[in-house]
Every structure is written in structure tokens, then in C-alpha cells.
Design a protein. Structure first.
Length: 43
């Protein structure tokens, strides 16, 4: 296989993994935020 092809696939996998990690963290933060809003209706 070509080295450029391996590097390209590696970059795509790295970007996809980073995007999935950021989405996971954002979902966890949103869930915690909703729980906080429900617990403190005045906020």
C-alpha cells in the first residue's frame, strides 16, 4: 500500500475519533446541565 494512503486513513480515523469524543463530552455536559436546571428552577 502507498504510504500516503495509510497516512490519509490514519488522519481520517483520528479526526473521526476526536469528533466522537467531543460529541460524547458535549452530550454528558448537556445532560448534567439539564439536571441542574431541573434541580434549580430559579436559575
Amino acid at each position: 500500500m502507498e504510504t500516503r494512503l495509510i497516512i490519509a486513513y490514519g488522519l481520517i480515523a483520528l479526526i473521526a475519533l476526536a469528533a466522537a469524543w467531543m460529541i460524547h463530552r458535549w452530550r454528558l455536559r448537556a445532560r448534567a446541565h439539564r439536571r441542574a436546571m431541573r434541580g434549580h428552577p430559579l436559575d
